[in-house]
Structures are given as C-alpha cells and as structure tokens.
Write a protein that binds this ligand. Structure first.
Ligand code: GTP
Ligand code: MG
Length: 229
C-alpha cells in the first residue's frame, strides 16, 4: 500500500485511554498484548508514551515527581496494524509518599508484572545522564524471574532525555548503559532485548523502540537473543 511521504509504519493512527487501576481487581480483562513502562519517578515514562503514541496530552506528565498514580492503560494502533496496550506504571524511588502507600503500590505493580497473562515486555526507562541505577537493576532482576503459568517477560532498556546530553556524550552514555545491562543479564540469566536511546523532546529513538516492541509482540526474537546496537 502506498504511504504518504514522511509517513512511518509506526505512526499511531488510533490512541485512547482505556483504564486506570489502583488495585488488581480494577484492571480491565486481559485482551491485547501489553507492554509496561517502568522507571524511576520523573524519569519521563509518561512523556515517552505520549511521544510513542504521537499525542501531546493523552498521558498526564508533570515536572513534579509522583505524577502517575495507579496503573494506566492506553490502546494504540499503528499504521501497520499493530494493536497494543501501552501501560504507564507509577515511578519507583519516590520518597515523598507515605510508606504505607509505597508498600501497596509495590505490591500492585509486582503482582501486575508477575501475573498479567497478556504482559509481554517491560520497558525499563533510565535517565541517559544517570545511567542504570540500583533501583533499575533491581527491576531488571525482578522481571527476569519466572512467571508461573505465564510466558517470561522480555525487557527493553530505554535511555531517555538524550536531548539533555551534549552530542559527544550520547554514544558513551548508551555504551555504558549497554555494558551495565549486559552485566545484569550475565548475573541474572535474564534477556535484555535492546538498549535504545530516546528523547520525548525530539522523538529520537521512537522508530527503534517501536521496532523492538514489534519484535517482542511478534515473538520473532528468542528470549535469549542479545542486545543489538
Ligand atoms: P512520574 O509519573 O511522576 O513518575 O513521572 P514520569 O516518569 O511519568 O515523567 P514525566 O513524563 O511526567 O516527565 C517528567 C519531567 O521530565 C517533565 O517535566 C517532562 O517534560 C520531562 N521530560 C520527560 N522526557 C523528557 C525528554 O526526553 N527530554 C526532556 N528534555 N525532558 C523530558
Ligand atoms: Mg508519569
């Protein structure tokens, strides 16, 4: 089929908010394949979802950490017919909430990651300037564990806010994140599919990230496949 000039097969032709769940019971029934977006508070998860879906204000973003509460599900359909749920998770490492609230959030997210049958991958988002931090490594480890009754999760590491790094520092930053993630893989036996540089400001990395999501959903990559540059 002919494409208009400049159009991408990953243009999102339809995007909508589906549901916001604050406990397992309020999650919608599992239907489409789901991809979860996780990362430290304020790292840019919600902005990444807007950039991926090419929508400015569909997902709420804020410069105040702790903006996203609960598990927010969006449906996206691309020009080439991929239909997915993209799932915005609350950030971790946020100290201002009450301990009680953090504990229950943790339990909700952990259950979601382990028990959601349609969940295929977790995109672990790190700040390109800070690299892979302890919390991120712990999440990688968590995602590598077996999911009783469900297929194992793929993990994709996305280094966002690349626009805030001077050009000369971008490749070294990505190389360092790739090396740190590979070390985790070796330690945990987990499978990192890809390490992608991203910017919600410039949409850099949007195409490689969509391609990585597509590979995960199509199941065309063996779980043990190594990161490809
Ligand atoms: P919580 O839901 O609070 O955990 O935050 P979040 O991870 O969803 O982050 P959010 O997308 O709300 O963005 C946090 C701040 O970072 C906002 O001020 C965004 O404008 C900014 N931001 C996000 N992505 C980028 C990026 O790629 N480049 C730049 N320069 N700023 C970004
Ligand atoms: Mg958010």
């Amino acid at each position: 089929m002919a494409r208009e000039p400049g159009a991408s097969e990953h243009d999102v032709l339809h995007a909508e908010f589906i549901a916001s769940a604050v406990d397992a019971a309020s999650l919608p029934a599992p239907t489409l394949a789901e991809i979860a977006f996780a990362g430290r508070s304020n790292v840019g998860k919600s902005s990444m979802l807007n950039a991926l879906m090419q929508r400015r204000g569909l997902v709420r973003t804020s410069s105040t950490p702790g903006c996203t509460r609960g598990i927010n599900l969006f449906e996206a359909r691309t020009r080439n017919g991929l239909r997915l749920h993209l799932v915005d998770l609350p950030g971790y490492g946020f100290a201002k909430r009450s301990k009680q609230e953090r504990v229950s959030w943790g339990a909700l997210i952990e259950r979601y990651l382990l028990e959601r049958p349609t969940l295929r991958a977790a995109v672990i988002i790190v700040d390109a300037r800070r690299g892979l931090e302890e919390d991120d490594a712990q999440l990688l480890e968590f995602c590598a564990q077996p999911r009783p009754g469900n297929a194992p999760l793929s993990t994709i590491v996305a280094a966002t806010k690349m626009d805030l790094l001077p050009k000369a520092k971008r490749k070294p930053a990505l190389d360092a994140i790739r090396a740190a993630a590979a070390k985790e893989v070796a330690r945990e036996g987990s499978a990192i599919r890809s390490v992608v540089g991203f910017s919600a400001e410039t949409s850099e990395g949007r195409e490689p990230l969509w391609r990585a999501l597509e590979r995960v959903v199509a199941g065309t990559v063996a779980p043990s496949e190594q990161d490809r540059p």
